[in-house]
Design a protein around this ligand. Structure first.
Ligand code: MOS
Length: 741
């Protein structure tokens, strides 16, 4: 019998649709975000940003700015302390170390003043003269400079892959689809801006930072500043959305720390909305070529997915658009590749399902084109190419419920009533289109640690560094802990968001539930087991000498399975031993499972659109999404997560597009008035259905991670629905009115 079976609790808090434990604090304004910590003697920093995309700062005149009352420093490359922006792994950060301008909106100065208003006023008075050079800003015009990425693509996968020969597969095909699909630059736009409060206490640095990874901030900032990591502490109690842009450390975080050291005061630096378009990453524009070959019966003979995207001149990020094509359909000949072009832009980054979201638009659109050409139902085409094992790795799936997802979704949506002929379904004058696409996202897990303390009053505190980026970490980890500890939900407090707590990975790659959840589960289980051992070995316990496996833990008591009268509370056990608490700490990490199984979530997206044939306006009017994502930790937050992902995908399909001035690379729609995201009126009733899925292999708690799968396939489902409604195939996102008229 293993540890987790001993004194097994039977509460069943996990899975329940509990309200968020932090909900009350959030709606009452009590939740403290990184810019809201009351720090004594706090001063305010504002950054100055370049207005050209390439060149040198010939002169920077800070005299007028320095005269503004309250100004403490105007920090530029002329007086900034020396640091190494390339130290500490991911992200090369321009940190006022030279006069080079690498992209428009690069931070080239920091003003610190007593008040925010003084800092703003002073920043506006800084005069910069540039030696401007001609920037490269256009991906399509610079395709001749395409190169093979120097590094691997995210998640450590190779840039290219090949099984069989696509050329031969295409030659053998009776039908081919060979098309180019493009996606634009998109910006994350979490509601909470990036914000850092930097507080030096002697040689120790405390950072309140809006981040998806408190430990990443600690380690990167320490490396850049050249101080020991143990001298840096990061706190992020609440994060108002991340979506990937808060997954790595950007220049402003370090600049805040540098400025705070220079003025010897705590410094708060909050980026304005407009400042979040450029220096904190974005989803890069992509150009994707997809080639599909198939037999008359719809069996794939060839699949090629080749993606080119942009990166900055000084750092590298690759949007892994072709990763999904490696594993999603059975095909003897699959080739994928990723290429980059360097432009004078900021470094792009992870944005919600990087690669899977943008790549599935291309691949799942192409599958729809193939289905249309073959006159085979789009679901049927996918079923005829259903991958029973991972075609790339040759491994069995740890679990896969995609067939059930197709079936359940189609039933729920009423797919069988679809007339496949484009423009055939109408409501009066309005064109109706039904489209579907496959959704998938890998299950990731990293090492993570947690501690669990059972107190003498029968409550428990469980801690794990981590962060809640709005996804419900506080809530679901409390649930995992409660079940492991054998305590009711209201007796367990879960704490996170602090590098003084046990270490955890970045909340990215949909991995927090699997990584932190496994650690919390194991720590809670071990604490409970320690308590049990205490009772079993104690002559004055009614459980003395019992077999561990005969004892049940529930609602803060241990009792014998068959004789429930033989019982005692956790509190009684601890008190009798004179203990204030019993504690366990666990360092959890993945085992060999990734070598034995391919681990992914799967799903199916079904969209109905209504298109006005005169104006070209597209409205999404109905949505069914079905998903197999392993065990649900909380039915309510899971439902919200998936809806959120689908809403994000509606934005990707129909609205989101960061537009750059072609001469100087400035984003011309750098605010939420011009950068459109879906509002409530743009979002229909979204029905999310979870397929019951039990995966014994992936991790100790059987979760697959649900942060990102919701957006995958959504843009394609909408594009396919738009084609079905209008007969127009839009291969260039977003699908705006001009493209339909
Ligand atoms: Mo997510 S884009 O992996 O933060």
């Amino acid at each position: 019998m293993n540890l987790s079976e001993m004194g097994k609790p039977s509460n069943g808090v996990v899975g329940k649709p509990l309200n968020r434990v932090d909900g009350y604090l959030k709606v009452t304004g009590g939740a403290r975000y990184s810019a809201e910590f009351p720090v004594a003697k706090l001063v305010h920093a504002v950054t100055i940003q370049s207005t050209i995309a390439k060149g040198k700062i010939a002169q920077i005149d800070t005299r007028a700015a320095e005269q503004v009352p309250g100004v403490l420093i105007v920090m530029t490359h002329l007086n900034a302390p020396k640091v190494d922006g390339e130290a500490g792994g991911e992200r090369k950060l321009p940190l006022l170390q030279d006069n080079l301008v690498r992209y428009s909106s690069q931070h080239i100065g920091v003003v610190v003043a007593d008040t925010f208003e003084q800092a703003m006023q002073a920043a506006a008075l800084v005069k910069v003269r540039y030696d401007e050079e001609q920037p490269a800003l256009n991906l399509k015009e610079n395709l001749d400079k395409e190169y093979v990425p120097e590094g691997k693509i995210p998640r450590n996968e190779p840039t290219d892959s090949a099984h069989g020969s696509v050329a031969q597969g295409l030659a053998a095909a009776t039908l081919k689809v060979e098309q180019t699909y493009t996606t634009p630059v998109e910006n994350h736009n979490p509601m909470e801006p990036h914000a850092t409060t930097a507080v030096w206490q002697g040689d120790r640095l405390l950072l309140y930072d809006a981040t998806q990874g408190v430990f990443g901030v600690k380690n990167k900032v320490a490396a850049v500043l050249g101080i020991p990591p143990e001298n840096v502490r990061t706190i992020a109690d609440f994060v108002g959305g991340g979506f990937g842009c808060k997954g790595s450390v950007w220049a402003h975080v370090v600049l805040a720390a540098m400025a705070a050291r220079q003025v010897n005061r705590p410094v708060k630096l909050v980026l304005g909305r407009i400042q979040m378009f450029g220096p904190v990453g974005f989803r890069p524009q992509t150009i994707q070529q997809v080639a599909l070959g198939a037999t008359r019966e719809g069996k794939l003979t060839a699949l090629r997915h080749a993606g080119t995207s942009l990166t900055s001149t000084f750092d590298e990020f690759m949007e892994p658009v072709a990763k999904t094509a490696r594993m999603i359909y059975a095909c003897p000949n699959i080739e994928t590749s990723h290429r980059l072009v360097r432009l004078n832009v900021g470094t792009p980054t992870y944005m919600r399902a990087p690669g899977e979201a943008s790549g599935s638009f291309a691949l799942e659109s192409a599958m729809d084109e193939l289905a249309d050409a073959l006159k085979i139902d789009p679901i049927e085409l996918r079923l005829r190419n259903y991958a029973l094992v991972d075609p790339d790795k040759g491994l069995p799936w740890s679990s896969k419920s995609l067939k059930e997802c197709y079936k359940l979704g189609a039933e729920r949506f009423g797919w069988h009533k679809r007339n496949p002929t484009p423009r055939s379904m109408r409501d009066g004058n309005t064109l109706i289109g039904w489209g579907m696409a496959t959704a998938t996202y890998p299950t990731n897990r990293s090492p993570a640690s947690a501690s669990a303390q059972i107190m003498a009053d029968g409550t428990a505190v469980v801690r794990s560094g981590s962060q809640d980026i709005g996804t419900g970490t506080y809530t679901v980890m409390m649930q995992v802990a409660a079940d492991a500890l054998g305590l009711p939900a209201d007796q367990v407090r879960f704490e996170l968001g602090d590098t003084e707590m046990p270490p955890t990975p970045v909340s990215g790659g949909s991995q927090t539930a699997a990584s932190v959840g496994s650690a919390v589960h194991l720590a809670g289980t071990e604490a409970r087991s320690k308590l049990l051992q205490l009772a079993l070995a104690d002559q004055s316990s009614p459980l003395y000498g019992a077999n561990a496996q005969d004892v049940i833990a529930q609602d803060g008591s241990l009792f014998l399975k068959d004789k429930s009268s033989k019982t005692e509370t956790y509190g009684a056990i601890l008190s009798r031993h004179g203990l204030k608490m019993i504690e366990a700490r666990v360092d959890a990490k993945p085992g060999e499972e990734k070598e034995k199984y391919s681990m992914h979530s799967f799903g199916a997206q079904f969209a109905e659109v209504r298109v006005n044939p005169d104006s070209g306006e597209v409205r999404v009017s109905r949505w069914v999404g079905t998903f197999g994502v392993g065990r649900l930790l909380n039915a309510k937050t899971a439902n919200s997560q998936l809806i959120g992902g689908i809403v994000y995908g509606i934005g990707m399909a129909l609205m989101e597009h960061t537009v750059m001035d072609p001469n100087r690379g400035r984003v011309v729609n750098a605010d939420l008035a011009e950068y459109h995201v879906p509002v409530n009126a743009d979002v229909p009733e979204i029905e999310v259905i979870f397929v019951d899925e039990h995966d014994p292999y992936i991790n100790p708690i059987g979760v697959k991670g649900i942060g990102e799968i919701g957006i995958t396939g959504t843009a394609a489902a909408i594009a396919n629905a738009v084609y079905h409604a209008t007969g127009k195939r839009i291969r260039d996102l977003p699908i705006t009115i001009d493209k339909l008229l």
